[in-house]
Design a protein around this ligand. Sequence first.
Ligand code: GDP
Ligand code: MN
Length: 304
Amino acid sequence: PKAPPVAHYNLNNVTITSDPLGNRENILLLTPMARFYQQYWDNLLKLSYPHELITLGFILPKTKEGNAATTELQKQIAKTQKSGPEKDRFKSIIILRQDFDPPLQSQDEAERHKIQNQKIRRAAMAKARNSLLFTTLGPATSWVLWLDADVIETPSDLIQDLAAHNKPVIAPNCFQRFYNTEKKAMDERPYDFNNWQDSPTAVELAKKMGPDDILLEGYADMATYRALMAYMHKTDGLRQETVPLDGVGGAALLVKADVHRDGAMFPPFSFYHLIETEGFAKMAKRLGWQPFGLPNYKVYHYNE
Ligand code: GDP
Ligand code: MN
């Protein structure tokens, strides 16, 4: 009998460069998804990076809401991969269901942002991201693009634009469009406060905490005085301007696959008093990979 075939991958041949398009690098686009938004899918289809080089990975909770989102997602996948134009079709698509319990109950924006709900929520999110990452990262993956299911608008050259900086970890600035009742017109505001630079106050706060306590950003009763990238945005600023970051959010985040291969994941526990994506930034840093942000490069979060 013949020996079973062995697939050989030489990781040295998998390039991770500032010109992923020119070098035909594979992208793994990962999305934890509690709700399905059509605008998210439409935005994905508009990405100009060759879809045949993009693998999509999803993880959805086993809740009523998660079931509904899975059905919607599968409907759109069937449309795109089977009947849609060939150029729209992605290389492959993986859907995971979150099978650890208890599943998070559905929460509206106000509820999930309450400080006492954050530690449990963020830990569950971290585990969801880790499950998704560790089951989908392949030997041919060059870049991992994290994109939340409620990020509904990005530039179509997102992948090329972010990779061009050739940074181990890079985050665009996540904003939200809303109707400004004072101006009586559409307007936008910063949304993601997890992209930040550390402050002496936050360092001091952390020193006084118990081993399992975590520091959270964007809460008035826990003033950290960190420099938030959300507020570094300048209307006339250069889109390619970069700033070093100590914490990152997961709304939109491009990571060199080698950063994850080195072991950087999303701690579902207090890691230097940080959790999930912010803990990931710290872990990447400890592995020698400095995260960066693009204060003037915007993507948009859904407005619930
Ligand atoms: P926020 O924007 O910081 O308030 O966080 P979200 O609640 O939007 O969560 C971030 C991402 O994870 C979004 O893409 C959600 O759809 C998704 N998500 C939220 N809760 C869960 C969950 O329990 N399981 C999974 N798999 N995804 C979730
Ligand atoms: Mn969100």
